[in-house]
Design a protein around this ligand. Structure first.
Ligand code: HEC
Ligand code: HEC
Ligand code: HEC
Length: 391
């Protein structure tokens, strides 16, 4: 092997190792072949009118995921690619649109081996049906048969997205972990929270269960904690910011599971964690995610958790915890309060009664560089008082 070829091989291996070590597999290859969204579009299938057949249109016309590839062609992507020194051969698509560092989340078919792509699967179709539902070759023909149950379809390789545990894991693959270099290069920060992101996503499925939002919220937080713990445990030289983020989320999950007496508790994270603490947390968070995905909520359990979390102001006035950690805790807490208020907002007036105080908390955590723990504590107290007045 020539010296040049050898060094290219080493280079490719290095990239493969970096990608494997730090970035979770975005699209799990189930061994099936991806057929592409055109395979789902026929009007008698998911490309028709009416709620039962309109999934293709909901996705292609309203869903952000359709644009995931196109984003890689814009000027912001050019700048990100430039600062990462990603280059592309002249005359072809811009660097970001061909680099696995971007396409792995924005155009997943590009990272799938050609032997697993049917000719109908367009490599540029963004995050499409099978990115979430799994490669369709095993179930495409059979899944409409009357004698096929949901379990038959899942057995044939369709991802069990009705399970919130599986769903949160599927979304988190692209929405949770971003390599720190990408963040430094100007990529927007990723912050996974299944409940609000499921609300933001134009749903192409039925969800009329009144308390599913809280189940999604807690499952999503637990899965995010598991993924963060996993990536920190596999990265001995992890940075302070990632550890503070981890601490914030672990603290929230610990506080929530204690307050709600959930049977898979999370222990309070140490301020100076050892590598083994991340691996332990990963196990705890996975149990919590499984437990949370089948948790039952009602008015009184939601209300008591909200009150308990609103009573944590003392944690922000106490000394001894570093400011960046307190900022991350506050940010997670504000998001949690928001999801609980949302779940309890069955009569539209509830949110209105605490809206101003909640908005203040969000303002406090908007830019964590200037986070002021003692004024957050004061504002949390005000939120708690407003909550008490709602009776
Ligand atoms: C781990 C998955 C992942 C990787 C890897 C990734 N992105 Fe993203 N990217 C996302 C997600 C998720 C969003 C949406 C963030 C949001 O709005 O909450 C996003 C958003 C963006 C946006 C902003 C979109 C907008 O609406 O303005 C740009 C630009 C972008 N990505 C470019 C890139 C480039 C360039 C790369 C490669 C260097 C890359 N991304 C790698 C997941 C990823
Ligand atoms: C971002 C992830 C994602 C993408 C992309 C996606 N889906 Fe879904 N889909 C889901 C989730 C989550 C559910 C809810 C769980 C379930 O009902 O299985 C769902 C449910 C469905 C359902 C069941 C509807 C119901 O009410 O029971 C159908 C059919 C479906 N999707 C078809 C499609 C088609 C066709 C496409 C592409 C045009 C697509 N999906 C793209 C995530 C996705
Ligand atoms: C294969 C990677 C991938 C998967 C899986 C995925 N997403 Fe995304 N998602 C993206 C990318 C990339 C973007 C950025 C595209 C854009 O903003 O137009 C995005 C954007 C979004 C947005 C709009 C930006 C934001 O954060 O508000 C929502 C909402 C969203 N995804 C929800 C979900 C949910 C819910 C699931 C799971 C059911 C999911 N996604 C699964 C890659 C993915």
């Amino acid at each position: 092997m020539s010296l040049r070829a050898a060094s290219i091989t080493t280079f490719l291996l290095t990239i493969a190792t970096i990608v494997n070590a730090k970035e979770p597999r975005q699209v799990q290859e189930t061994g099936g072949i991806f057929v592409g969204s055109l395979g789902c579009k026929s009007s008698s299938c998911h490309g028709g009118a009416g709620p039962k057949r309109s999934q293709y249109f909901t996705w292609s016309e309203k869903d952000y995921h359709t644009k995931a590839y196109a984003i890689l062609l814009n000027a912001r992507s050019d700048r990100i690619a430039e600062s990462l020194k990603i280059t592309a051969p002249a005359g072809g698509p811009p660097a970001a649109a061909t680099s696995v560092r971007c396409t792995v989340c924005h155009a997943p078919f590009q990272s799938v081996a050609a032997s697993h792509l049917a000719p109908t699967a367009h490599p540029d179709e963004g995050v499409s049906c099978e990115s979430c539902h799994g490669a369709a070759s095993g179930w495409l023909r059979g899944h409409t048969r009357k004698d096929w149950t949901y379990d038959t379809r899942v057995g044939a390789g369709m991802r069990d997205l009705r399970s919130l545990y599986v769903r949160a894991t599927a979304c988190a693959a692209c929405h949770q972990y971003l390599a720190p270099e990408l963040l430094q290069a100007g990529h927007p920060d990723l912050f996974f929270e299944l409940d609000s992101q499921s609300v933001a996503e134009p749903k192409h499925w039925k969800d009329d269960e009144p308390w599913s939002g809280l189940r999604e919220w807690l499952t999503g937080q637990a899965v995010a904690l598991r993924e963060m713990s996993w990536s920190l445990s596999s990265e001995p030289g992890n940075d302070e910011r990632s550890r503070a983020r981890w601490n914030g989320l672990a603290w929230l999950c610990a506080s929530a599971t204690t307050a709600a007496a959930i049977s898979s508790p999370i222990s309070q994270p140490p301020n100076a964690p050892a590598q083994s603490d991340f691996a332990n947390m990963q196990t705890q968070a996975d149990s919590l995610a499984r437990r949370a995905s089948v948790s039952n909520w009602n008015e009184s359990s939601a209300r008591s958790l909200l009150t308990a979390l609103a009573s944590l102001d003392g944690e922000f006035s106490a000394r001894g915890t570093a400011a960046p950690i307190l900022g991350q805790r506050a940010k997670r807490l504000a998001l949690a309060l928001d999801r609980l208020v949302n779940a309890l907002n069955k009569d539209r007036n509830f949110r209105l009664k605490v809206e101003a105080e909640l908005r203040q908390l969000f303002d406090d955590v908007k830019t964590l560089d200037s986070f002021d723990a003692s004024s957050f504590a004061t504002h949390l107290k005000a939120f708690h008082e407003a909550l008490d007045k709602t009776g």
